[in-house]
Ligand binder design. Structure first.
Ligand code: F6P
Length: 348
């Protein structure tokens, strides 16, 4: 059995655990071979790959990033994209391809499967917003990093009697914000799923300060919509730049700065900003993410061997279960109102 593997989209702690597991399972259990395509779909389009033996994946389990490199290349936007992928498949005599990625990479995988290609998906994103799996690997690591940052910001905010606005990742959903905010004891958490007004934000902070607390921590997801002054109940994304990537995504960032300015103006409390950015994606994965990535990788190799194509591995409770890869892009997995209600208990 000859298996190809690629990592697409933003990098994520735990990718190397998946790669290692696919290689070890394919070689150890099935006596097969594995090749790794470089830089996501670009590697398979261009025929850029390396052989992955047991030695090539030795020592990578605790390493962040991906030894294969990654990109946001979209096969659908490339000239003769699907045909070129098919040509590489045939030329290298692949029995299957394991595509590790988020909604975009899995969307391409599902599209290629519908065109007759033998693809298995592995869901990845620190944002944890992929439909069809309870968790994606990388999310737990990001929550740990954000929680540690919130803990550290507490002591400096308290020493200076300041409000600190912490911006975390989360393009469409507020999973990192809610989980790290609850774990870190945030005084307010703002997420894309729940619209807010500047008046509400200032009221929460004033209420807290009126009971003798002279500092506050506000956690905001980068994809939360900043309220528009004119129209109640509507907001806009805050962008670093208008330009979109190959999947049509804008670059988010900067909501914390706007919010901090409005809070200082509205409450009179000195306010500072910390944007956690790529620190949430870099570095070594937690034990949870290493184990989840390893379990995903083992099952992905098993699915290729069993010729169960068009499937994606998923976590359901504590079990790893194959589901249709097309589920991944049917809708986003949003923060449920019950969890946000838990967070809300501690606002103000
Ligand atoms: O999809 C994960 C994510 O971390 C988002 O939260 C963020 O908006 C995006 O990636 C940014 O990634 P990049 O700058 O690499 O495109």
């Amino acid at each position: 059995m000859k298996v190809g593997i690629l990592t697409g989209g933003g990098d994520c702690p735990g990718l190397n655990a998946v790669i290692r597991a696919v290689v070890r399972r394919t070689i150890g259990k099935y006596g097969g071979e594995v090749i790794g395509f470089k830089y996501g779909w670009a590697g398979i389009l261009e025929g850029n790959y390396q052989t992955l033996g047991i030695n090539e994946v030795s020592g990578i389990l605790p390493r962040g990033g991906t030894i294969l490199g990654t990109s946001r290349t979209n096969v659908g936007r490339e000239e003769r994209g699907v045909e070129r992928v098919k040509e590489t498949f045939e030329r290298l005599e692949l029995d299957g391809l394991v595509a590790i990625g988020g909604e975009d990479t899995l969307g391409v995988g599902a599209q290629l499967y519908s065109e007759g290609l033998r693809v298995v998906g592995v869901p990845k994103t620190i944002d944890n917003d992929i439909n069809g799996t309870d968790f994606t690997f990388g999310f737990d690591t990001a929550v740990h990093i954000a929680t540690e940052a919130i803990d550290r910001l507490h002591t400096t905010a308290e020493s200076h009697n300041r409000v600190v606005v912490v911006e975390v990742m989360g393009r469409h959903t507020g999973w990192i914000a809610v989980k790290s905010g609850i774990a870190g004891g945030a005084d307010l958490i703002l997420i894309p799923e729940v619209p807010f007004s500047i008046d509400e934000v200032c009221d929460v902070i004033r209420k807290r300060h009126s009971r003798g607390k002279n500092f506050s921590i506000v956690v905001v997801a980068e994809g939360a919509e900043y309220p528009m002054e004119q129209e109640a109940d509507s907001g806009e994304l805050v962008l670093v730049e208008q330009e979109t990537d190959a999947f049509g995504h804008v670059r988010l960032g900067g909501i914390a700065n706007k919010l901090a300015h409005a809070i200082e103006h509205g409450t009179g409390f000195e306010t500072r900003v910390t944007v956690l950015g790529y620190t949430q994606r870099g570095g070594t994965p937690t034990a949870f993410d290493r184990v989840l990535g390893t379990r995903f990788g083992v099952m992905a190799a098993d699915l290729v061997h069993a010729e169960q194509f068009g499937k994606m591995v998923s976590l359901q409770g504590d079990r790893i279960v194959p589901v249709e890869m097309s589920h991944a892009t049917e809708c986003l997995k949003r923060v449920d109102s019950e969890l946000y209600e838990v967070a809300r208990t501690f606002f103000g």
